[in-house]
Design a protein around this ligand. Sequence first.
Ligand SMILES: [Zn+2]
Length: 573
Amino acid sequence: MNPFLLTIALTAAAPLPEGQDPSRTPRLAVIIAVDGLGWGRLEQYRPWFTAGFKRLLDEGQVETACRYRHLNTETGPGHSSLSTGAPPRVSGIVANRWFEQAADGSIRTVQAAFPYAPGVPGSSQSTVVAGPGNLRVPTLGDVLVAAHAESRVVSVSGKDRSAILLAGRDRRHSVFWYELDTGAFVTSRAYEPNPAARAVVERYNREERLPVRYGFKWEKMEVAPETGPIPSSARPVPALDLLDFQVPANGLAFPHDYRLNPGGYFGALYASPAVDELVADLAVALLEDRSLALGRGSVPDVLTLSFSAQDVVSHYYGAESEENLDVLRRLDVQLGRVLSAIEQASPHAVVALSADHGFASNPDAERVRNPAFKGARLVYGPRTFPNFVDRLNRLLDSDLCLDPRSAPVYASEGWNLIYNRPALPLHTVEGPCGPAGSAVGREALDEALARVVTRFFPDEIERVLPVAQWKTWPAGETATEFARNDLDLERSGDAFLVPRMFVQMTPDPGRGSGHGTHHEYDVHVPLILWGGPFRAARSETARTPYDVAPTLASFLGVSLPEAVGEVVPAGQP
Ligand SMILES: [Zn+2]
C-alpha cells in the first residue's frame, strides 16, 4: 500500500457518507455485470467456486433480495439500470432494440447502442457508429467526469451495448468490446479513449493470437482439488437430458468444437468461456498499466466490466446446462484475477457485482422432467416461420375483416408491439363485418388485439396493456408497475404484452432458452458489494439493481439526480 495515496485530499462534488474517512475514500469504483446471471444459480453453484465468486460471496455484503422492477429484462435495459440507477422509463433504454416513428411517418428500427446509423449491416461498419446516444440520463461515469475532469472511466465487455451502456455518454470514456468478425477489442467514433488505455488495447490486439491460444476445442474444466464434495443440489442438468433442446452453436456435448460454429472462429469464442477470459485479461492489463494508473490518481476513477459468456452460452445450451456451469467456474477463476488486480491498483476500491437480468430454464426440457410444467414459446424473428407477429396479423385480419394481406402489426421486440402506423387507418373488406371500406385505426386495433390474445394466446399472455391507454392501466399490480417502469412514449410502441410464467419470446421454436419477462427467474439477480467500507454480511432487505450506481456514487462523492435507486448502507447485518 502506498501511503502517499492516502494523504491526497479529495475534491468531492457532494458530501461523503457520514463517518467516511476521506483518507480511505475509494479511488476506484468497479461495476461487474455477469450477463444473465440469476441469484438462484449463483447460490446453487456456490460449492463449485474457489476464487472470485467465492471471495465475493464470503467477503462481500451479499444482498440476497435484489430484483429488477421493469419488463423487458434484456441486456440493454439492465446494463443501463446498473450505470444510471434508474429503470428504462428514465434511462430510455426500453429494450435491446425498439421501433420509433420518424418525422416522415416511417418506422425506424433503433438498436439500444446504435443510434447514429440504424440498420447498418455488418459489425465492422456498425462498430464505428455504435454509441451511447440513446441514453436519456447520465451514468455514474458521466457524473464523475463532470465533477472531476481528470477522472477516467474505462469499460470492457464481450458485447458492444454492455460496454457502452455501462460507461455512458461522455466522449472521454475509454470503451472497448469484442468484435465478432475479428476477435479484436474495438471502440467507436462516439468515444475518444484515454491514450494510455487505447495503447493497452492496441498492444493486446497486436499480440493476442486467439487460434494459437484456444485451438479448436472447449473442454470441460477439471475439478480443482480444493473444491470439496459437490452436493447433488449443486449439479447441472445432465447433458443427456438437454441435448434435444440445445442449439448446437459449437456442436453438442463436451468437448465442443469451435470449427462447427456458423459464425466463424471468433463467433465460436464468443459462445464459449474464452470471451470472458479475454475481458478479464484486458481488465487486468488496464489495471496494471502504470501510465494509465487507474485508481491511483488524486481523484476517483470508474471501471465497468461485463462478462457476456454466461448469457450467450445459456441462450444456446440452457442456463441449467453443464456448459453454463463450466462458464461460471471459469469466470470464477477470472474474477479472482480481476479482484487481485483491483486490490493491487487501489487498496480501497469498492466493487459492485450484479447482473442485467436472470434467465429461464429451457421450457421443453423442463416439460420432459416435469409433465405438469406449464411454459411455452412465442417464436419471433424474420428467419423463423410462422413467427408470432405473422400469426397475430392473420388473426387480427380475420377479427377485423381486413384484407388477409394487410399486416396491422409492424414488429415486436421483447414484450412490446408496434402497429404498422404508416398504413393506418386500414380499411375493411366486404364480409361478416358488413360492406367494405370501414376505417380501422389504432383504437380498433387495441380492442382487437385484446380479443385475439384472450382467445388464441391465453396460455402465453396474461393481458394486453395498450400504450395509448397507459394513464388508465390498473394500479397496484406487479405486471403494470413493471410495464410502467419500461414505458417511454416515443420508444415503447403501441402495446405491452404481459407474459405468463415460463413463457419466452424465442427465435427458435424448440431449442435454447432466454429471458425478458417480469417473473422471478428473470428479475432476481445478485447484488454483492465488496471492498471499501463493505464487510462480510448477508442481508435480505429488498433491493434493486437501480441501487448500484447511487451506492457507488455516494462513496465517490458525486450524485445522480435522476436515479431512483437508493444508497445501500455499508455494515448492515
Ligand atoms: Zn444480457
